[in-house]
Design a protein around this ligand. Structure first.
Ligand code: C5P
Length: 458
């Protein structure tokens, strides 16, 4: 999607009804997306006979809604979700039949039902035989949509029609319909970003992590004060679980080192429970080095919110209520920094004494509040390849949300601020980077093993 387009950040519902011009809606969908819109398609039953839902689904990346009673995979009512989230609804082509239904508020199909249920502006582009368009019934319905309901009408054009005749009834030129959608939205605020929109149908990935072992830490740690109480944090594990799921989808074998989590892990992952920083450290170090001394993992993604401080002493029995209580806290070991040192072979007193082979890709997360200014220094200090920083004080990118807005820092590039995305999209984009780095690493190892021509002649 084009972040610079006139519809960037907008969510547009494209209603297709049963005219031969329905095939043009495929191109209209492409043009809307080229303008930056996220588009979901609504179809009447007869429209599905003119153009395949598979094409529209693949291009829009949303399930096509063609049944008023259908539910989304997450149980929400599809057309109501679209009605509530759409910044505009564009019905193109609109048949005489549909105009009649809409003019009378008869919600027998998803396109009409969505228009009736929505406060979004509606753009209607009729297409039909010339005489049908001229019929007083059609004229009256079109006038009603425009005058009574405030729909913008994009008039059909004069031209050759499917009947073989020439007349006014051909669907308007697609750029004009796009212009009408842009004008209808104007400078209204975006109605519903992110999770309030219908779910994206994830494109099937090639298995670009097949044969890779990916270790993901998820959730928060709990540092005991006494047998009952602990110091914890607000992490739910959603981001880590989304990464684990995305890595499984790409064919990786996945180990989740799980602290305190409130979401279920994906099926197919190996789970290691580790609730304190110390047990998480032990679990991660155990995965890091294989019994033969080589790397035990290809990528470590530390999405867990690991405590930075823990009580210096843990009481054996439950502390009794009384006067004030002072807890003395000590710093926890920085797991990621230690992993960075071990994989570079620079861990003081480390058992290996050499760099890990092959070198794993290391990814950290940095939950910040207010400013991401500390992120570049964290990237360096922890010795990671990538650091994803987010401002958890923002309502849409904190703990427990389904969305995240991260800025990606890498050792070899500029900071890259990603837009607001679902955590699944963040996971997928992150794994694009990880898979690319692993491929580069392996290509380098294949060519780097043999001496270069220059070296041999010296
Ligand atoms: O320094 P800060 O806690 O912001 O760093 C966050 C990153 O470091 C996260 O990836 C987190 O999982 C990891 N971390 C760690 N060990 C700690 C604290 C944080 O590995 N003790």
């Amino acid at each position: 999607m084009n972040a610079e387009g006139r519809l960037a950040g907008r969510f547009v519902a494209l209603g297709i009804t049963g005219s031969i011009a329905a095939y043009k809606a495929v191109e209209l969908l492409r043009l809307l997306r080229a303008e930056g819109a996220d588009v979901a398609v609504l179809m009447t039953q007869s429209a599905t006979r003119f153009v395949g839902t598979l094409t529209l689904e693949a291009l829009s990346r949303h399930a096509v809604e063609s049944d008023v009673l259908a539910l989304q995979p997450d149980g929400r009512i599809g057309h109501v979700v679209i009605a509530d989230a759409a910044d505009a609804i564009v019905v193109a082509p609109a048949t005489a039949h549909w105009l009649g239904m809409m003019a009378n508020g008869i919600a027998g199909d998803v396109v009409t039902a969505t228009c009736l249920a929505s406060a979004a502006p509606v753009v209607v582009a009729p297409a039909m035989d010339g005489e049908m368009y001229e019929h007083p019934a059609t004229r009256r319905n079109v006038a009603r949509l425009h005058e009574d309901f405030g729909c913008a009408i994009v008039d059909p054009e004069l031209g050759a029609l499917a009947s073989g005749q020439t007349g006014v009834g051909r669907l308007a030129a697609l750029p004009l319909i796009v212009d009408a959608v842009v004008a209808a939205i104007g400078d209204r605020p975006i109605r519903a970003p992110g999770a309030a929109r219908p779910a994206l149908v994830e494109p099937r990935h090639e298995e670009d992590l097949a044969g890779r072992h990916v270790v993901v830490t998820a959730g928060g740690t709990a540092e005991p004060i006494d047998p009952v109480r602990f110091i914890g944090n607000r992490s739910t594990g959603k981001m880590g679980m989304a990464i684990a799921q995305a890595a499984l989808d790409r064919g990786a074998s996945v180990t989740i080192v799980a602290g305190l989590v409130s979401v279920a892990p994906p099926e197919g992952a190996r789970i290691v429970r580790a609730e304190t920083t110390e047990t998480m450290r032990a679990a991660v170090l155990h995965e890091l080095v294989a019994p033969d001394g080589g790397a035990g993992l290809d990528a470590l993604i530390m999405a867990a919110a690991v405590a930075d401080f823990r009580p210096r002493l843990t009481a054996d029995t439950k502390l009794a209520r009384g006067g004030p209580l002072v807890l003395e806290l000590e710093a926890t070991p920085d797991i990621l920094a230690e992993v960075g040192r071990i994989s570079r072979g620079s861990d003081v007193g480390g058992a290996l004494g050499r760099a890990l082979e092959p070198r794993p890709v290391l990814v950290g997360f940095a939950a910040e509040t207010g400013s991401l200014a500390r992120a570049p220094e964290k990237l360096r200090a922890k010795g990671v390849d990538l650091l994803l920083a987010n401002d958890v004080s923002q309502a849409d990118s904190g703990f427990g949300t389904d969305t995240n807005r991260v800025t990606v820092y890498s050792r070899d590039g500029d900071a890259d601020p990603w837009p607001l995305l679902s955590k699944h999209e963040v996971a997928d984009r992150l794994l694009d980077l990880v898979a690319g780095r692993l491929d580069e690493r392996d290509a380098g190892r294949q060519t780097g093993g043999a001496p270069s021509a220059q070296e041999t002649t010296r």
